[in-house]
Design a protein around this ligand. Structure first.
Ligand SMILES: CC(C)(COP(=O)(O)OP(=O)(O)OC[C@H]1O[C@@H](n2cnc3c(N)ncnc32)[C@H](O)[C@@H]1OP(=O)(O)O)[C@@H](O)C(=O)NCCC(=O)NCCS
Length: 147
């Protein structure tokens, strides 16, 4: 079995939840806007677990940042990394920048009373290999199609 190590990278992060408590009382803090997207903030603040969820998402962003460094790419703003949820409620990650279509992610989040943690695996999407087709036309000429 061969494995494509060059196109996979991982990242992990862990944070103390109490660092995020203050933002539950200051939901309009500019710092929040710099780190989280509007839909992330909406998700975090819709229950009483705001600080845990902020912390877990911060971990996910830092973990994704680390994974992207594995590809030699530095994400400038953490708000370019978004945690969202699929129909089953499973957290997912996407990039909100020019790299969006080039990378896919798997993320796992967890929080205890005091700490939050996230692990991220990043996959570089391989460019589809182009094929060259040769077609002989009725006038005898050859045409090459690249698909
Ligand atoms: C989903 C589940 C595994 C989460 O585990 P938990 O110990 O309650 O909580 P954790 O702190 O470890 O994880 C919470 C994170 O899991 C994520 N999560 C939720 N559902 C998920 C799923 N189906 N798959 C992956 N991740 C999921 C959430 O994003 C959540 O973080 P958030 O609240 O910040 O969004 C748990 O709620 C569950 O459904 N377990 C199934 C087994 C069961 O029913 N046990 C209880 C009776 S014995």
């Amino acid at each position: 079995m061969t494995f494509d190590y060059e196109n996979i990278a991982i990242g992990t992060d862990i944070e103390e939840i109490d660092r995020f408590e203050k933002y539950c009382d200051d939901k309009v803090s500019p710092l929040l806007k710099r780190i989280y997207t509007n839909s992330e903030l909406e998700y975090c603040f819709k229950t009483k677990f705001g600080a845990k969820r902020l912390a877990a998402r911060y971990c996910a962003k830092e973990a994704a940042y680390k994974a992207m460094c594995g590809f030699g790419i530095k994400i400038v703003n953490l708000s370019e990394i978004e945690v969202y949820h699929d129909d089953m409620g499973v957290p997912q990650i996407r990039l909100l920048n020019e790299h969006n279509k080039k990378f896919k992610f798997r993320v796992s989040l967890s929080h205890s009373q005091n700490t939050a943690i996230a692990q991220v695996i990043a996959f570089r999407v391989k460019e589809k290999q182009k094929s060259i087709f040769r077609k002989k036309c009725s006038d005898g000429t050859l045409r090459f199609l690249i698909l």
